[in-house]
Ligand binder design. Structure first.
Ligand code: GLU
Length: 466
């Protein structure tokens, strides 16, 4: 049977790395097995769901390129279907109307607590045949009274729940709206989900969901409850640890593949391989190999992986990401050659694309503003003379190539008997505005002759070169 997985986020908080990892595992397993991956937005909690959270889910999944084969489905658009299934269960007797009032339920609870019993619904209305006038009933699932449910979890192994511990769950409120666990069951059934991969905070819902699926004569899927991601300090991952909207990682200059690579390694490994391309992840991932221990989020490792991915990527594939970051700094360029050249020159020097853009802004603007401290250090005294000499030398170059620029600067360094650094620094400050850039020959080559000379002239205080 073909594998069908789904990612079913509730848009009650902004999608963060924990949710993304669940999505990734579901997506990878579907891709690995040639199956289908479904996106389903579980938005039945109208009070806590927000449009902003839905937007982050959709944009986040698009940015991560975790493309769905079906969906997004929205549970709020499926209420008629839930009602239909619920009515069928009432007819079949696997669900019943419950007319107990809040006061009665409270009293039931108090008595159970007084008797030192676990509070649960007593089943008072299980066999009621007549409605109670004036009361809008809820609908409860008739959970089996005896026996046990064994969840053969792919991550946790066999987990047994006694049916007598599971009381009769409300599947529809008195206003007719379906409840969360019931919607999940109907959806997993209708969508033919074969593998439910989700956070292990849902493990306790699973026996109830399995009982309902059995009552509906539906096939019970396999379950894999993946462990939580903890903060570096071992506490539950929170905003403080970077559990921010996934889109923030885009803004901070991370590559989607690097984030996915980081997340796949939390709770899963493949030998001692750390860096995975998307295709390598698909080829190697198996949900059966996921570890049940919770893992801690390590921002340093994410940064390291991001750089690894930048260094290994085809420069052309990074261009859109760099441009997006440059636009955030108020500059842009469609000069593909320059953009790729900058990426090659900078990617060993930056851990994120945001950092790369910040370090590279000077390539994409008309004139630079010179940092006064760098000027005081490198453009005072003989710095100016050096700059003037380099300018004359470069202006006379027949070809503007990295090798020719390199040779010219070397010759000059030899002729004035100084190190290349002494020659390079005034030039660097003049053309980049700061004392830090990629190697000077590469920097000047990428800038082009015209802009190099113009910036040197500006620094020398003369009029731009003709
Ligand atoms: N909507 C649930 C959540 O966001 C997931 C439920 C499921 O995967 O079954 O936690």
């Amino acid at each position: 049977m073909a594998v069908v997985t789904r990612f079913a986020p509730s848009p009650t908080g902004l999608l963060h790395v924990g949710g993304v990892r669940t999505a990734l595992f579901s997506w990878l397993y579907a891709r690995r097995t040639g199956g289908k991956f479904i996106l389903r937005v579980e938005d039945t909690d109208r009070e806590r769901s927000t449009d902003e959270a839905v937007r982050v889910i959709l944009e986040g999944m698009a940015w991560l390129n975790l493309n769905a084969d079906e969906g997004p489905y929205y549970q709020t658009q499926r209420f008629d279907r839930y009602r239909e299934v619920m009515r069928g269960m009432l007819v079949a007797g696997t669900a019943y109307h419950c007319y107990c009032s809040k006061q009665e339920l409270d009293a039931m609870r108090e008595q159970q607590i007084a008797r030192k019993e676990k509070p649960r619904y007593s089943g008072l209305c299980r066999n009621r045949t007549e409605p109670r006038p004036g009361i809008e009933p809820v609908v409860r699932f008739r959970n089996p009274l005896d026996g046990a449910v064994v969840v053969n979890d792919l991550v946790h192994g066999a987990v047994t729940f006694q049916n007598k511990e599971l009381d009769d769950l409300i599947i529809a409120r008195s206003d007719g709206t379906p409840t969360y666990n019931f919607c999940v069951v109907v959806d997993d059934m209708d969508m033919g989900v074969t593998h439910v991969i989700r956070g292990d905070d849902h493990l306790n819902n699973t026996p109830r969901q399995m009982n309902m699926l059995l009552a509906l004569d539906a096939t019970v899927p396999e379950y894999a409850h993946v462990p939580m991601i903890l903060g570096p300090d071992g506490a539950k991952l929170s905003k403080r640890h970077g559990a921010v909207s996934v889109l923030q990682y885009e803004e901070e200059g991370y590559l989607p593949d690097a984030l996915l690579n980081y997340l796949v390694r939390l709770g899963w490994s493949h030998g001692d391989q750390e860096v995975f391309t998307r295709d390598e992840m698909i080829a190697a991932f198996d949900i059966h190999d996921v570890n049940k221990a919770a893992s801690a989020f390590n921002p340093e490792k994410l940064l390291w992986l991001n750089q690894q991915h930048m260094v290994r990527a085809e420069p052309a594939s990074l261009v859109p990401h760099l441009r997006a970051q440059l636009r955030r700094l108020g500059v842009d360029s469609d000069d593909q050659q320059l953009l790729e050249g900058v990426i090659l020159a900078q990617r060993e020097r930056a851990k994120t694309l945001k950092e790369m853009a910040q370090n590279s802004r000077f390539f994409f603007i008309e004139a630079v503003e010179i940092d006064p401290k760098a000027a005081a250090k490198h453009l005072a005294g003989d710095g100016v003379q050096v700059l003037a000499k380099v300018r004359a030398q470069l202006a006379a170059l027949p070809d503007w190539t990295t090798a020719a620029i390199h040779a010219a600067l070397n010759d000059l360094a030899t002729s004035v008997q100084s190190g290349l650094g002494k020659i390079a620094q005034p030039v660097r400050v003049a053309v980049t505005g700061t004392a830090v850039s990629p190697p000077i020959d590469v920097t000047l080559f990428l800038l082009g002759r015209e802009r190099t000379l113009a910036r040197m002239d500006a620094a020398l205080g003369s009029s731009p070169a003709a």
